[in-house]
Ligand binder design. Sequence first.
Ligand code: XMP
Length: 526
Amino acid sequence: MHAAKAAEKRQPMSKSELGGIIVLDFGGQYTQLIARRIREQQVFSAILPCTASILEIRAYQPVGIVLSGSPCSVYDPAAPICDPGVLSLGVPVLGICYGLQWISHTLGGKVERAERREYGPAEVDLRDGSALFAGLPRRLKIWMSHGDHVRALPPGFQVTGVTSSGLSAAEDPARRIFAVQFHPEVRHTERGSEILRNFVFSVCGARPNWSGASFISETVEAIRKQVGRGRAICALSGGVDSAVAAALVHQAIGNRLVNIFVDTGLLRKDEFQNTLDLLENRVGLRVVGINAANRFLARLQGVTDPEVKRKRVGAEFIEVFAEQARQLGEIRFLVQGTLYPDVIESVPVRGPSATIKTHHNVGGLPADLPFELIEPLRELFKDEVRRIGRELGLPEEILTKQPFPGPGLAVRLLGEVVPERLQTLREADAIVVEEIRLAGLYEKTWQAFAVLLPVRSVGVMGDERSYGDTVAVRVVTSEDAMTADWARLPCDALERISARIVNEVAGVNRVVYDISSKPPSTIEWE
Ligand code: XMP
């Protein structure tokens, strides 16, 4: 999709991305965390696939390289490898887990296949004298997750740490190559951030100059250069990412950015009008609001299959957007709020950790539209996007908004999407969100919403028998939506939600609470 295209051409977008640390991804589960921990030290860090060329790496003018972990063994026939030239770029290298094994294997050491994986907590004894462990106690609790071990180090290397099961850290100070078997980037490793800090500052000599303010000023400058006197268009979803992307580009080129915000009729209660007001009047964006609810409803008529719903909503969205774009005349650029995890998760060319999610975001347009992409948030994590948004002065209502799927309420209304049932779902959903806010839980939970089930059941209201609809309440906690757990809500919050839905939403006589985690369930029901 569009993200893949962007990733192939990947190069630094602005000066703020130069002089940082490049993390080469061998597919490790913690690769993103490594980059994040480095950025927490105000040093820019980008992840590139292990297959990146030396030229691509050099384009970032890195002051250091980190080689990530991997689920593979260096002996697997399909073991991920990188260009051995990364070990002689003239900048320090830190291998983590598989990174250590790959370095040892590549430089003439001996790696042995383990009988079974070592996973979980362990303790390491550190030797004196390593710049990586300066200022740390000599014994640390660490987190392991590996199969193979290094049995013999390559020439020039010395052991700098051991655990009860063997070598755990090593380095070649002359070549400035460092390696650890454990994971300093996870919280379970005591003082792990300090190990990374030692690498970044003492070993690599990085400067802590990556901040929200420098990111904004340099990105705005880069966008001005890219766009020149041209015009750009952006599809707003109502969520944080597209709003922050649009605000950044607006700062660069003002009203030469036109934003399209489509009312699909599948948004939450009052969401279209409220968001339009905020973005137009409070943020000052130039927004064209389009009421296309009838078109979407017509396209969904008779459809009950979830995948078909998603595809129809996506296709209709592209049509509406393309029509608007044509009406606006010559526009060369398209702004997208693509984030780092989107790029990482959806693009195989970025290295092995790229697999899992193929969401058709309604805001995500296909690559063959005739635009050049501007993706100013491509290197950021969600929390960083919020920080940037805050510095840009975006309203908290937008910055703290919980994620909402592109196909909207269509995938929360099981069965055919018809106006009356949409109305029922919208009212029930508004109650869930309001009560979660009142309980002070909106910002502590990842998502809180209602689902309308295609199930009716018997109830009694007053003296009358009823036969009404069922609403499922879904409230989850999560870090990144890849995994999620159902929120342990206080019983009185659940009670209020249930009582209000049954009393205030016509036709509903039963409320159930979804207690499934992801996996094996998903967050959305369709
Ligand atoms: P699931 O249901 O797969 O959802 O556990 C994971 C996260 O993704 C959101 N989601 C979507 N977001 N377009 C989006 O932009 C979509 O089509 C879509 N489907 C699910 C979901 O709300 C959750 O946060």
